[in-house]
Ligand binder design. Sequence first.
Ligand SMILES: Cc1cc2nc3c(=O)[nH]c(=O)nc-3n(C[C@H](O)[C@H](O)[C@H](O)COP(=O)(O)OP(=O)(O)OC[C@H]3O[C@@H](n4cnc5c(N)ncnc54)[C@H](O)[C@@H]3O)c2cc1C
Length: 395
Amino acid sequence: MGGAWPEVVILGGGFAGLAAARVLERARIPYLLVDARNHHLFQPLLYQVATGFLEGPAIAYPLRALVRRGRVLLARARAVDLEGRRLLLEDGDVLPYRHLVVATGSLPSDLGVPGVGERALLLKTLGQALRVRHRLLMALERAAREGAPLSLVVVGGGPTGVELSGALAEFLRYALPRDFPEIPEARVVLLEAGPRLLPAFRPALSRYAERALAHLGVEVRLGAQVAAVEERGVRLASGEGLVGDLILWAVGVRGNPLPGLPADARGRVPTDPYLRLPGHPEVYVVGDLNGLGFPQLAPVALQQGAWAAGNLLRALRGQDPLPFRYRDRGQLAVIGRNRAVAELWGRGFAGFPAWLLWAFVHLRELVGFRNRLLVFLDWAYTYLFREPGVRVLPD
Ligand SMILES: Cc1cc2nc3c(=O)[nH]c(=O)nc-3n(C[C@H](O)[C@H](O)[C@H](O)COP(=O)(O)OP(=O)(O)OC[C@H]3O[C@@H](n4cnc5c(N)ncnc54)[C@H](O)[C@@H]3O)c2cc1C
C-alpha cells in the first residue's frame, strides 16, 4: 500500500475513534480512519433494534458521510507492528503510520461459562441485534404453533440487561394478546449473580429498577449465577435448571486488543496518563480498550478520543502532552417506555423525569440528523400507539 495515505491513522470508528477524528478535522490535520465496518454504530440503542422498537439503520451511520478532511479505509486490522510502525491488515496489506490512535473497543465476554458462545445470543453489533429480533419472532411463531409457553432469559443485571429485559417485557405485553393469542404464557426472567441490579448505581435506584421491572412483568432473580448455558436453558451454580427458549447474554465485555499490543487479563491495554502506550508515545489507546481503569462507557470513549487527538496535536506542535482528566457527568439506564434511573451531579433520581432526560441525551448523542429524526419518529409512534413497529421477518 502506497505512501499516499495520511500518516496519522485512527483504527476504529466507534465513539472514541470518531471523537479523535473530529478534533483532527477541526485542526485540519489529514488522517486516515480505518474500520472493519463501514458505519459508526450507536450501541446504547442496540437493544431497541433487537426488540423491534427501532429499525437497524436508524442507529448506524456511514463513516464516509461523517468524514470531511480525512479519508476512510474499510479494512480489518490483524496486528500492530510497533517497532516497524505498521498496521498489518487482514487482507495482507500493510499500512505505515507516524501516529496511531487505537480505538478497537471491546467484545462480549463469556466469563468462562460453557455454552455461551454456541447457544447464547449476544448484543454488540447490528448483525447480532437483528439476529436477536429474528430469533425472538421465530420463537413466538413456534410457541404459537405449538400452543406452548415461551420463556426468555436475560443474563446480567447491568444497564444492558435491565434495558433489554424491560424492552422484551413491553414487546410481549403488546404482541402477545394482539398477534399471538395462542401462546398461553410468556415470561421474561432476568438473572443477576450479585445481590442487586445496576451495581454501578446507588442502592435506592437499584431497588427502583427492580420494582419497575416487576411492574412490567419481568421476574428478577438476584444471586443467580449462571454456571452453564445448555440446549434448552441455563444451569445455575446452585444446580437449578431454568428453561429458556432464548438466552440473551448481557454480562460484560473485555477489551478487543490487536496482536502486537500488550494487554491485561481483561484484554485492556495499559497506557500512561496521557493515553499513550508506554515506550511508544506515537501510539494512543482510547475508549473501551484503554486499561487505565475507567468504566467502559460511551462518555469515557468520547472524552478519551478527543483527549488523545488533542495530545497528538500538541506532539505535532512540539508541546508536552496533558494527563487525561475524566469529567464524569453521571449515568442513566432506562426501564421500559416511561421510567429510567439517573445519577447526575452527585444526585440520584428516577421515574418519568429521568426517562425524559434519557430520551433527550440519546437523541442528542446520536450521530447524524437523519438518524435523530428516524429515532424520534419511531419513539413518538411507539409512545402514542404502544406498538413496537418492526415485526416483519425477512425471507
Ligand atoms: C448493548 C450495549 C449497550 C450499551 N449501552 C450503553 C449506555 O447506555 N451508555 C453508555 O455510556 N455506554 C453504553 N455502552 C458502551 C458503549 O457503547 C462503549 O463504551 C463504546 O462504544 C466504546 O467506544 P469505543 O470507541 O471504545 O468502541 P466501539 O464503539 O465499540 O468502536 C470500536 C470500533 O472499532 C472497530 N474495530 C474493532 N476491531 C477492529 C479491527 N481489528 N480492525 C478494524 N476495525 C476494528 C469496530 O468495527 C468499531 O467500529 C453499551 C454497549 C453495548 C454493547
